[in-house]
Design a protein around this ligand. Sequence first.
Ligand code: NAP
Length: 307
Amino acid sequence: MVHKIAIVGFGKIARDQHVPSIAENPDFTFAAAVSRNARAEGVDNFATLEELFESRPDIGVVALCTPPQVRFEYAKKAIAAGKHVLLEKPPGATLSEVATLEAMAREKSVVLFATWHSRYAPAVEPARDWLKGKAITGVEIVWREDVKHWHPGQKWIWEAGGLGVFDPGINGLSILTAILPEPIHVTRANLEFPANCQTPIAAQVDFVTASGVAVKGDFDWRQEGPQSWDITVVTDAGTLAISEGGAKMAIDGERVVDGEDREYPGIYAHFAQLLASGESDVDVTPLRQVADAMMLGRRETVAAFHE
Ligand code: NAP
């Protein structure tokens, strides 16, 4: 069965990744867009979900690509209308709203898919497999990028619920929590908030694994020059290094994975499987780590941010 899908929130990620990934997947047809300002070419465009549902009852699936702060209201309406729902990351602005959506989806027997695109990066499966059964002695995650380059003009990232540096940082945490054989939790965090912003521009976060191994987190949005999206795991059998956000992996310095970016095609392949089986996939673990860092974090005010 080919699923007709509407994209809701037609911004950067919708154009860059969702449209081409839907186009190359025979299980989906891009059928409509819902956006207050933008227009998608070659499909029906609507300003609201209500107009979409009224005019195109044949569309049974929606991909919500809005900022997290407004995603719950769109998701709630879509589930209530009996639509299957894909959530961009992070799945919501709070953990509880995602739990509510899960309960609503169960009640309506629709599929809810909370996506974590970085988990489809080429190094993730091999890293998880390699770490199985090894004794881990140290972990470091360094996620440093230039916000001015990657998020020009995006005001929502600086508003409450926008996650700040954890908007990219949560991608690293989605990889880390997928590859480690045991759970982690936050023990300490230092959060650097620009004087004019409601979300942090940098964070240093200490986690610990269930068996007591320290995990150091360094998240920074002020990195100019080369960007760092790295995870290092030291074990009794060598050191695993993931770099470039999961595109590359090395063991003791020797490259073992160097794959192309197929993250969003991976999302849609998995979504097709979920729709076929009728199962939902909602893992809030990365969002919980960020929520805990915000809850436990010591707040520091740093220089105001101006683009
Ligand atoms: P964006 O470029 O700012 O686009 C968001 C879209 O959502 C806007 O085009 C806007 O369209 C719509 N929207 C609806 N209600 C809104 C509101 N109250 N405030 C602002 N926009 C609203 O953002 P994006 O980069 O695509 O990110 C969207 C989501 O994808 C985020 O959760 C982000 O973490 C995730 N993501 C982004 C990237 C990336 O590289 N940018 C990568 C992976 C995941 P209208 O104004 O036309 O309604």
